[in-house]
Design a protein around this ligand. Structure first.
Ligand code: NAD
Length: 336
């Protein structure tokens, strides 16, 4: 029996991870600490909310006494998903990214150290490495060169995690994953935004020339990788996680439109995001060799299943697109 504190577990990846873990390890106890910001949604966890080994706590990772109290109650592992995660919002308002992603990180690390936990896994991102040219891949040795306030805050968090290992020997791992897609992703992110707008024949905003490249991984493959790192990752190590699945943004848009049988005339090129990274691509050799992890979802299958999920869960989508999301969307894209 292990007790895991998952932070940010009501968001996209965290909620998929909690369900994956409760299914695979029914003997584990999971505490989900989440502030329920605009991105947190307890409906993502409806199917597990009544399980006796799952507990939800609404709270802030920056609240030192709450975090310390939770960790002191026999927590073995902490997995930190809690973050402000949207690059565009970090350009509008960087301060909250520093507070949650950097200062919250230090609170969590301190509680982990004080209570001598067995493993701390920080869910980082490939964006900390900056941007690639037309060739090459990010390895774990690639120097950090973040370009957005979001990626800079994640890089700051990574540096703290590293320091707690080097200075205090806290058993940590950092995972740096490429772009995730799958069910329950908040529709400000590229893939659910395209699906949601296309379903309603609304314009699909595409930044710049649409030729930016991302390496897409199904969220379930990411969850399997985190499981491998949690249980088998060597303390102090960083693991890159990627799907070997590079796609131009415009290709993603066209693929989704084709599957939904919608016209390409819905595509609307908009002014590029400042500091927009051109290409991300992950070399995941280390996790494949050392932890025997492999991605299992071919993109063609994953994207079809994901579209089907959004079609079948229109109520979920409609709900999360009310209120705060609507205000944000109008501020950024106008009344399109
Ligand atoms: P998300 O925005 O969907 O979820 C973030 C969650 O954190 C939300 O539930 C939110 O309520 C919670 N949260 C925010 N501030 C908090 C605070 N102060 N205290 C407690 N909870 C708080 O994000 P996601 O896409 O699920 O990403 C999860 C993690 O994975 C993030 O750290 C992100 O940087 C990283 N990541 C994401 C991707 C991706 O493609 N989505 C890729 C690589 C890494």
């Amino acid at each position: 029996m292990k007790k895991i504190l998952v932070t940010g577990g009501a968001g996209f990846i965290g909620s998929n991870f909690i369900k994956y873990m409760l299914d695979k390890y029914p003997e584990y106890k999971i505490i989900n600490l989440d502030l329920l910001t605009y991105a947190g949604n307890l409906e993502n966890l409806a199917e597990v909310e009544n399980l006796p080994n799952y507990t939800f706590v609404k709270g802030d990772i920056c609240d030192g006494s709450l975090v310390n109290q939770l960790v002191s109650e026999g927590v073995n592992y902490i997995i930190n998903f809690a973050a402000e995660s949207h690059v565009d919002r970090s350009i509008e308002d960087p301060g909250i990214f520093i507070r949650t992603n950097v200062m919250g990180m230090q609170i969590l690390l301190n509680a982990a150290l004080k209570n001598k936990i067995d493993k701390f896994v920080q869910i980082s991102t490939d964006e900390v490495y900056g941007s690639l040219g037309e060739t090459g891949y990010f390895t774990e040795e690639t120097p950090l060169a973040p370009n957005s306030p979001y990626s800079a805050s994640k890089a700051g968090a990574d540096m703290l995690v590293r320091a707690y290992y080097e200075t205090f020997k806290l058993p940590v791992n950092i995972t740096r994953c490429s772009n995730n897609y799958g069910p329950y992703q908040f529709p400000e992110k590229l893939i659910p935004l395209i699906i949601a707008n296309a379903q309603e024949d609304k314009e699909i905003p595409v930044y710049g020339d649409g030729l930016n490249i991302r390496d897409w991984l199904h969220v379930k493959d990411h969850c399997r990788a985190i499981d491998a790192v949690l249980h088998r990752g060597k303390p102090g190590e960083v693991y890159n996680i990627g799907g070997n699945n590079e796609r131009k943004n415009i290709e993603i848009v066209k693929t989704i439109l084709e599957i939904l049988n919608k016209p390409e005339s819905l595509i609307k090129f908009v002014t590029d995001r400042p500091g927009h990274d051109r290409r991300y691509a992950i070399d995941a050799t280390k996790i494949k060799k050392e932890l025997e992890w492999e991605p299992s979802y071919p993109f063609e299958k994953g994207i079809k299943e994901t579209i089907k999920w959004y079609q079948e869960n229109k109520e979920w989508l409609d709900k999360v697109r009310q209120g705060e999301y609507r205000e944000y969307y109008q501020r950024v894209y106008g009344n399109r």
